[in-house]
Design a protein around this ligand. Structure first.
Ligand code: GLC
Length: 734
């Protein structure tokens, strides 16, 4: 439809119809079996309002979507097609690694591919919009939603943002593309105490410098929707924050897409305490620029009356509705409201073999090898007399190895570790599953996981220990249950369940040759796990092909190449902890406990494993940083290079990282800021020169007057395989 036709349609619509376009229904008011992603029982809409709604959240299934599209369009005076939206966060049916793991690949290409597969499957199944990418910068592992973020760095998150939007979008009329929705705008990842939905206090400088860049990158890449966050930002709820939504998002960043609130977030401005009632909440939201009210009664119950009373200019409604109609039009829905590939076809697209292969590659590349005392890669074949490998723990044969925002229709398609190992047809492998781990307080957000009896626990434990003592090596498959992560998944501890720790300690008593494979949705405090293991591989929540990818990496068919996208603390007390911190007036570079220096009395300040860290099966040597010049003016560039050599006897993939530091500026600057990365694959003995171009825009920041500028002076450039590299050189901006 042309823009002119859209304008005519808008003009012809009644106020009730226009307001209907601004209402998003939860699946359950239209059908049974929809996905519930928030508090239920709050929707009090009339039949007419339900009939007028412009979009639906939480429905999966081509047939169901087509049936509802038909049913709802028939009720609409202008038969306007609905938008069907869903959280496709880490894949749709072929489940990919969680976004925090995808960040560890340091591969925007892989992220783009993952989102392109997700879009193809979701669109084939009838969806039009995904509530992804989530781009909240995260520094506090207590917050359950860190698993949805690409990580703690503005630059890496921005690269991932661009790639993910490219993967989802493209020509939205295509049958394998969906509209993307950046979220949660803004700053949701920094709640007080790591408590979900809590207040966020950020200076404007920190907000601009660290938290907004990734959202802006998504906007610049053409992301079509933006979702407001639940939190207050400096005591103003985002859904009523005119400065944030109109000044920053639309004017400064240039966003011209659709703003949708988070789930019932408009109505929640009442308990937040800035709206006396839902009617006022509706007024605040539409004035701030929220176009769609997700699953609250605010717009449905009050917006038309607010317009009729003259308190809200109808112009605000018209602007919002035109943005919604434009999105529908760009998706081609007016011409093709049933834009699904027919379900038989959808069946052929979902879980397609090449999609599974991509998921397997992405999973393997997302794993981070934190420790390896010469035990990995595992030998492939043990002649029975030579020894064996015992695979022990609750994740040996467990399908729940995908992220909390995964809704596979066929979870049985998930490949477990046991299946992945057996698929390699190796001798000398023995397995002990044991589900004793979900014990002693392993209560998740959906309630306590059924505890086995003590007798059964003891039996499983003794079986596991007996197997460990009679094997050469043990692979312990442990983890944080997926229902301990994600939304409403904040924790005051960063461990795995006590039953698993007991298993680890008991196995260690009979066999020191332990490889621990750790599933988690956040950085955990893994000091004791690392001490008791000869190798520690973090596999996050790897998704459908997790078992195959883990077997690939453990047996060396794939090399570990992941680098941490979020810092692993030594202990909970260090959190929030992140690499791009400030030196302070009493720096503690040695990260030891020093009197009267930055840090703690009872713990060093250094993390256990820093951002950007990850081991390989080989070693990489870095030459000193070479600069082709020591001075540059704005408009010029300096080329910084290193030679990286694979000094080991196995091939490997290294992520070479460039960090810059401005040691003296009009405001203090982080001790390191990631400004570039490149992945290189090197055979044993092979060397490669890796160069980065340093240009003046990379040196810019919000100065003492909040101007985004660079300042002349001394700078340091570091290039290495982790954020704590000291391999650096100085240059001057004149
Ligand atoms: C949830 C989440 C948001 C999600 C939305 C729809 O509460 O905060 O990330 O996209 O509701 O499911």
């Amino acid at each position: 439809m042309t823009q002119e036709k859209l304008n005519e349609l808008l003009k012809d619509m009644s106020l009730e119809e226009k307001v209907g376009q601004m209402i998003q229904l939860p699946a359950k008011v239209l059908t049974s079996g929809g996905l519930v992603t928030g508090p239920t029982g709050t929707t009090q809409l009339t039949k007419e309002q339900i009939g007028m709604a412009g979009s639906v959240l939480g429905i999966k299934g081509a047939e169901k979507i087509c049936e509802l599209q038909k049913q709802q369009m028939a009720k609409q005076p202008h038969h306007i097609p609905l938008l069907f939206m869903l959280d496709v966060i880490n894949g749709f049916e072929t489940i990919f690694p969680i976004p925090l793991a995808l960040g560890c690949t340091f591969s925007p290409e892989m992220a783009e591919e993952a989102c392109s597969v997700a879009a193809a499957e979701a669109a084939a199944d009838g969806l039009h919009v995904t509530f992804s990418p989530m781009l909240d910068l995260v520094r506090d592992a207590r917050w359950g939603r860190v698993m949805e973020s690409p990580g703690e760095d503005p630059y890496l998150n921005s690269e991932m943002a661009r790639a993910m939007v490219r993967g989802y979008q493209g020509d939205l009329r295509e049958k394998d593309k969906v509209a993307a929705c950046l979220k949660h705008f803004a700053g949701y990842g920094a709640p007080d105490g790591g408590r979900d939905y809590d207040n966020v206090e950020l200076s404007e400088r920190t907000l601009m410098e660290d938290y907004l860049p990734a959202y802006e990158a998504a906007v610049k890449e053409g992301c079509r929707l933006a979702m407001t966050s639940f939190n207050t930002l400096n005591r103003i709820p985002s859904s009523g924050n005119k400065w944030l939504l109109r000044k920053i998002l639309r004017e400064k960043m240039g966003f011209d897409g659709v703003v949708i609130s988070d789930y019932s977030a408009v109505e929640e401005m009442v308990p937040h305490g800035i709206a006396a009632d839902v009617r006022e909440a509706a007024k605040l939201a539409v004035e701030a620029g929220v176009d769609i009210d997700m699953v609250s009664n605010a717009y449905a119950g009050h917006l038309a009356e607010l317009v009729r009373s003259g308190e809200v200019p109808e112009k605000l409604v018209d602007e919002a509705v035109l943005r919604i109609l434009t999105l529908k039009n760009d998706l081609g829905l007016f011409e093709e409201p049933f834009k699904v590939v027919d379900s038989a076809e959808a069946g052929k697209i979902l879980l397609r073999e090449d999609f599974r292969q991509k998921a397997r590659e992405a999973a393997a590349a997302s794993f981070v090898l934190l420790k390896n005392e010469g035990i990995l890669p595992l030998r492939k074949n043990f002649q029975s007399e030579e020894g064996s490998i015992a695979w022990i723990g609750p994740y040996v044969d467990n399908r729940e190895i995908y992220g909390a925002w995964s809704f596979p229709k066929r979870p049985e398609e998930t490949v477990t570790i046991k299946q992945g190992v057996e698929a390699k047809g190796l001798r000398g492998m023995s397995f002990a599953q044991g589900s004793y781990v979900m014990d002693k307080g392993c209560a998740t957000k959906f309630g306590r996981i059924p505890n086995p009896s003590d007798e059964q626990t003891d039996q499983w434990l003794s079986e596991a220990v007996a197997l460990a003592s009679s094997s050469d090596q043990v692979v312990l498959c442990l983890g944080e249950h997926k229902d301990l992560t994600g939304e409403a998944g904040s924790r005051t501890s960063l461990g795995i369940s006590e039953g698993q720790m007991e298993l680890l300690r008991k196995v260690r008593q009979v066999n020191p040759n332990i490889v621990t494979v750790l599933f988690c949705g956040r950085p955990l405090a893994v000091k004791e796990i690392a001490e008791l293991s000869r190798a520690l591989l973090v596999v996050w929540m790897p998704g459908t092909e997790g078992g195959n990818a883990i077997a690939d990496v453990l047996f060396g068919d794939r090399v570990p190449q992941g680098k941490l996208s979020m810092t692993f603390p030594r202990s909970l007390g260090q959190v929030p902890i992140y690499y791009n911190h400030f030196a302070t007036g009493r720096p503690n570079p040695s990260h030891e406990i020093h009197l009267f220096r930055n840090g703690y009395m009872d713990e060093v300040t250094a993390p256990l494993y820093p951002f950007g860290y990850g081991l390989s099966y080989t070693e990489f040597a870095y030459s000193e940083v070479k600069l082709d010049r020591r001075e540059m003016k704005a408009g010029e560039r300096i080329t910084a290079s290193v030679t990286v050599t694979n000094t080991g006897d196995m091939s490997g993939v290294e992520t070479v990282q460039l960090y810059l530091r401005d040691p003296s500026a009009s405001v203090v600057r982080p001790v390191r800021s990631l400004k570039g990365f490149q992945k290189v694959s090197l055979a044993p003995g092979e060397s490669r020169e890796v160069s980065f171009s340093i240009e003046e825009p990379m040196l810019r920041f919000y100065d003492i007057d909040m101007n985004y500028v660079s300042e002349p002076g001394r700078f340091e450039a570091y290039i290495g395989g982790s954020s704590d590299t000291e391999n650096g050189a100085e240059f001057v901006l004149v």
